[in-house]
Design a protein around this ligand. Structure first.
Ligand code: DQA
Length: 150
């Protein structure tokens, strides 16, 4: 049986491809979803890929991951820098969490340098564009394989 990884995308990431392409690149979210599904498949992982502009919906999806997903990859978009609710949900489910950002948030505005959700993250990947999602899947696969050996 494959392990499922829930990949969550926050506000405005539905606009990838046309949104500030100099910062976020030309790929659409559908392109990233297809790449993540293919890469996950190669690692024996099922990918459940979602996007919402609503904080509450993201919180509900995180809550629903308990018992249904083996790990969470999250690019919370701007909620990264504002949302205690998303942090609390991630802490509550006690799953491995990989935080991903397409851009290098430390090269950008000061208010992007702080992430509320990093406190719940097993690891953080930023600045590598869509490759960050694939590296997060690699890290999860390695971790799950180690757990199975233990
Ligand atoms: C982002 C960085 C955030 O600061 C921003 O609000 C986003 C995208 C990224 O992927 O680089 O929406 O999470």
């Amino acid at each position: 049986m494959s392990d499922t990884v829930l990949i969550l995308n926050g506000p405005n990431l539905n606009l990838l491809g046309t949104r500030e392409p100099d910062i976020y690149g030309a790929e659409t979210l559908a392109d990233i979803e297809a790449a993540a599904a293919a890469h996950g498949g190669g690692l024996g992982l099922d990918v459940d890929f979602r996007q919402s502009n609503a904080e509450g919906e993201l919180v509900e999806w995180i809550q629903g991951a308990q018992g249904t997903a083996a790990a969470i990859v999250i690019n919370a978009g701007a909620y990264t820098h504002t949302s205690v609710a998303i942090l609390d949900a991630l802490l509550a489910v006690e799953l491995p969490v990989l935080e991903v950002h397409l851009s290098n948030i430390y090269q950008r505005d000061e208010f992007r340098h702080h992430s509320y959700i990093s406190k719940a993250a097993t690891g953080v990947i930023c600045g590598l564009g869509s490759q960050g999602y694939l590296l997060a899947l690699d890290a999860i696969a390695a971790r799950l394989n180690n757990d199975k050996k233990a």
